[in-house]
Design a binder for this molecule. Structure first.
Ligand code: FES
Length: 496
């Protein structure tokens, strides 16, 4: 029977009857203060699947919350190990450009929050100097209720208290981050006078308690587009001041994309620049001669390790790159142990290497599994899934460029935002057709640009005002209605 450990998506085979705490040994750190007697409650995890019945004690917990020390695995099951108990790469780099401080709070502090579907980051910032003082990050525990946004919307639609549950899940982790930052910096929560939030449209809806149902069905319209300001107590964020939420451009182009645009290409600098943030959705923005075009392409979960037989997130044990040594394909694993799976950047690099070695042909055909270790292989179906994902992003970029009469070679810069873009091997990404074939020096990873946008808007009120200007200037291209996109999609399937 298989136990799936989220959020890193590690799959392990376990024996029937084994305790969750035993099964997780070596994969996740579980606190067991009472030594597994079922007393302290420190070993709580979220788990579903074929498990021993819920005990009297567990009935008092939130839905699916179990004690790892007393819960037995009886069949296939999934466990979500909350924040800090799973090691994973969370990108927390900061500002791409600096701006002067301009706000009404001299000696106080603010926090810029980046609410990703998978990871959350909080940047404690001095409102006096504009400097980011420290960063705290964690996993978005909403992931337990649905891997992707559509399944979370589905959870909300099918559970009467679903919206409240998901809102509480994200606010709970954000408050932990506030706590960590205050402790680390000897501050009290009352010293934090404002906070800004960047998140995709769905996250923006959920944290504000707005039903995201309309985002789950055509025409995928948000309930609201504008930026929103709330008092901290209205949302339950433990600071002492106002909360500023970035605006949404479209159903799948949200405040996080506005954050990326704000930090990487707020103004037209006379260059043709593309910003790309690749995750389950690829959001992209193109600046060209005073115009700002945006779109979103559904890439599926392949780049985050989903839908790949041995896929996992970029964490200890993940294959994150590949190369050829003495005629043999070798892989690199994060950490020092055995490979546990393949993460998104590893997948791109491995497939690119296998195309180079002609183990995968230009149509994406691979004769048999490519075996990395007894437990980890790349299957022909995995290659097909990656092909679909890379074609979706590649085609979206081509389509966006065609709207302003350009082709890939006209691009002066490509900014790669987000975790995946940061760890991606640019050469491999170009080789498999995920990114345009331009000079690699023009492809610039910019780290967590959405988070940088949150910080810029926190320290300077003009930057905050610019978020609404970006929203109103952005022209959203709906790819679902574009026949050109469909044509590009077919062409982009090949590995050339
Ligand atoms: S270890 Fe104490 S309740 Fe499980």
């Amino acid at each position: 029977m298989t136990l799936t450990i989220k959020p890193n998506n590690i799959k392990i085979e376990v024996e029937k009857g084994i305790l969750l705490s035993e099964a997780l040994r070596g994969y996740a750190k579980i606190e067991m203060i009472c030594g597994g007697k079922g007393i302290c409650g420190k070993c709580k995890v979220l788990a579903t699947g074929d498990l021993s019945p819920i005990t009297e004690k567990e009935k008092a917990f939130e839905e699916n919350c179990r004690l790892a020390c007393t819960t037995k695995i009886l069949g296939d099951a999934t466990v979500f190990v909350p924040d800090k108990k799973v090691s994973g790469q969370i990108l927390t780099q900061n500002l791409i450009r600096s701006v002067p401080v301009k706000n009404e709070f001299n000696k106080n502090y603010g926090i810029g929050f980046d609410i990703g579907s998978t990871t959350l980051a909080a940047y404690l910032t001095s409102l006096e100097t504009g400097k980011v003082l420290s960063v705290s990050s964690g996993m978005n525990s909403q992931i337990f209720y649905g891997e992707d946004l559509i399944s979370r919307i589905d959870y909300i639609n099918t559970h009467p208290k679903g919206l409240k549950t998901l809102q509480k899940a994200v606010v709970g982790v954000l408050n932990e981050l506030v706590d960590n930052l205050c402790k680390e910096n000897n501050l009290s929560q009352t010293d934090i006078k404002k906070a800004t939030f960047v998140g995709n449209t769905c996250m923006n809806h959920i944290i504000l308690g707005v039903d995201p149902k309309s985002l789950g069905e055509a025409p995928y319209e948000p309930v609201f587009y504008n930026s929103v300001v709330k008092k901290s107590e209205e949302i339950g964020i433990n600071i002492n001041g106002d909360l500023f939420f970035f605006p949404n451009i479209a159903g799948f182009v949200g405040g996080d994309t506005v954050g990326v645009i704000l930090s990487a290409m707020k103004e037209d600098r006379g260059e043709t620049a593309l910003a790309v943030d690749i995750g389950t959705n690829g959001e992209m923005a193109l600046r060209h001669k005073g115009r700002l075009l945006v779109c979103s392409a559904a890439a599926g979960p392949a780049f985050e390790g989903g839908g790949i037989s041995c896929g996992m997130r970029g964490a200890i044990g993940a294959v994150d790159s590949a190369c050829v040594e003495k005629g043999e394909v070798k892989v690199h694993v994060i950490g020092t142990g055995e490979p546990l799976g393949i993460c998104g950047s590893g997948l791109v690099d491995l497939v690119s290497t296998l195309v180079d070695e002609e183990i995968i042909d230009e149509t994406g055909r691979m004769e048999e599994d490519f075996v990395i270790s007894p437990k980890v292989s790349l299957t022909p179906k995995d290659v097909r899934n990656l092909q679909l994902a890379k074609a979706s992003i590649g085609a979206a970029i081509k389509t966006l460029l065609s709207y302003v009469g350009l082709s890939e070679k006209d691009l002066d810069k490509i900014y790669l935002a987000g975790g995946f873009g940061n760890y991606l091997n640019k050469k491999s990404a170009v080789k498999i057709g995920l990114l345009p074939n331009i000079d690699l020096d023009k492809i610039i990873p910019i780290g967590n640009a959405a988070g940088s946008g949150a910080v810029l808007a926190l320290i300077n009120s003009d930057e905050w005002e610019a978020t609404e200007k970006i929203r109103s200037q952005a022209e959203h291209i709906e790819l679902a209605h574009s026949s050109e996109y469909q044509e590009n999609l077919l062409e982009s399937m090949m590995f050339e």
